[in-house]
Design a protein around this ligand. Structure first.
Ligand SMILES: [Zn+2]
Length: 384
């Protein structure tokens, strides 16, 4: 049986999720501890860090902000401008950029910042998507590596030490820039926070004609380069109370566009709008670990008192983990076609990565699917 947190809707099949003796998950416990935080003190700490790294003679930028164009990065830019910072915004282009994603990138440029967009070799990128999907069941592997490596490369390249990251999954840690003793980024730190999911960049050399030279955008600078640039960073979510929904409201009031319908596989219209492959990424999370994007979003809202657990569960049953026939309106065949993967091949890959212990199978051990190709979890909530 799948066990669920008694407070939110997350299952214990999620990697790194632990339920305590009361049946509450570590994410809910961590959110609970946020109530004790003195945000006024944290804000003062932030101002101190920003002052320390601000360019004294205006000869270079004050900080690097990694921006996808999403609600959170738009919020990061707005906040840094409010603090009087002169940022250089850096985008690592997504694997399959959507129209609305492009629109939101243009919106960030119009907020009044200097901006660089880095687009890795698309031929190599598609090979990496293919390898990621087939080998580790993660089509977004190169994107998740690149959003960490590319801004760090920019920090070294432009000699701008401070990187302003958004939320930190650990929540209790402000990042090396706020650390009195050890405030330089190291590869060890980067590898811990910019997780590579067991598939290392160096493993890729030799696959499908990929050479070392093709992997520069996915490789961190050396420790010497990091030290020479004094590269460091903070997580804004440590210093300012972080809430994706309020970030979306703030960003929307400064031109950020949302979809006119909820995103496929999700229950909201204000996030994950910039990459047509995200639907496949989220679907694989579901078939491997029995939770999709809807479970994540619903849990965030439950913790903040905007949804009851009962209503949240109803939404999850209704929307979570549906087969990704389209994403941001694009049919799956059109999303797979550039990767040279047919629909039939895709189904085989899905079945290979579906955890048969978590989804209903027939007596021969074959996954049971409905007319729309959806699989069914063995249980959707704890037994009463
Ligand atoms: Zn929970």
């Amino acid at each position: 049986m799948i066990k669920y947190c008694k407070r939110c809707v997350m299952p214990d099949t999620k990697p790194d999720l632990r339920l305590d003796e009361e049946g509450i998950c570590n994410a809910c416990r961590s959110f609970e501890r946020r109530k004790e935080i003195d945000w006024a003190i944290r804000k003062k700490e932030l101002v101190k860090v920003l002052e320390k790294y601000r360019s004294k003679d205006s000869s270079k930028w004050d900080c690097i902000i990694p921006v996808s164009g999403g609600k959170d990065s738009t919020y990061q830019v707005l906040r840094m401008l409010q603090f009087g910072m002169n940022p250089l915004c850096v985008t690592a282009t997504t694997c399959h950029l959507s129209e609305i994603g492009r629109k939101n990138i243009e919106n960030i440029k119009n907020l009044g910042v200097d901006y660089v967009e880095f687009s890795p070799n698309k031929v190599i990128r598609r090979k990496l998507n293919r390898i990621g999907l087939i080998q580790v069941g993660d089509i977004s592997w190169p994107e998740h590596v690149g959003i960490f490596t590319i801004p760090v490369r920019a920090a070294v390249q432009y000699n701008v030490p401070l990187i302003i990251w958004g939320e930190n999954s650990q929540n209790e840690y402000g990042g090396p820039a706020g650390d009195a003793e050890n405030n330089v980024l190291t590869r060890r730190w980067l590898e811990e926070f910019g997780g590579l999911l067991g598939l290392r960049v160096s493993d890729l050399i030799g696959m499908e004609g990929i050479e070392k030279k093709h992997l520069i955008p996915y490789t961190y600078p050396t420790d010497e380069e990091l030290r020479a640039a004094g590269a460091t960073g903070i997580f804004l979510g440590y210093y300012l109370p972080w809430d994706g929904y309020s970030n979306a409201l703030i960003s929307q009031s400064f031109g950020f566009s949302t979809l006119n319908t909820t995103v496929e596989g999700s229950c909201v219209n204000y996030e994950n709008l910039d990459n047509h492959q995200t639907g496949i990424h989220d679907y694989f999370k579901f078939i491997k670990f029995a939770f999709g994007r809807t479970s994540d979003i619903v849990s965030l809202h439950i913790r903040r008192g905007r949804l009851t657990r009962e209503d949240g569960m109803t939404i999850v049953k209704h929307l979570d983990g549906k087969f990704p026939w389209t994403y941001l309106g694009k049919p799956i065949e059109d999303i797979l076609q550039p990767l040279d993967i047919t629909f039939d091949e895709f189904i085989k890959i899905c079945d290979r990565f579906t955890n048969k212990k978590l989804f209903l199978c027939d007596s021969r051990g074959v996954l049971i699917k409905d007319k729309k190709g959806n699989v069914t979890k063995i249980n959707y909530d704890n037994e009463k």
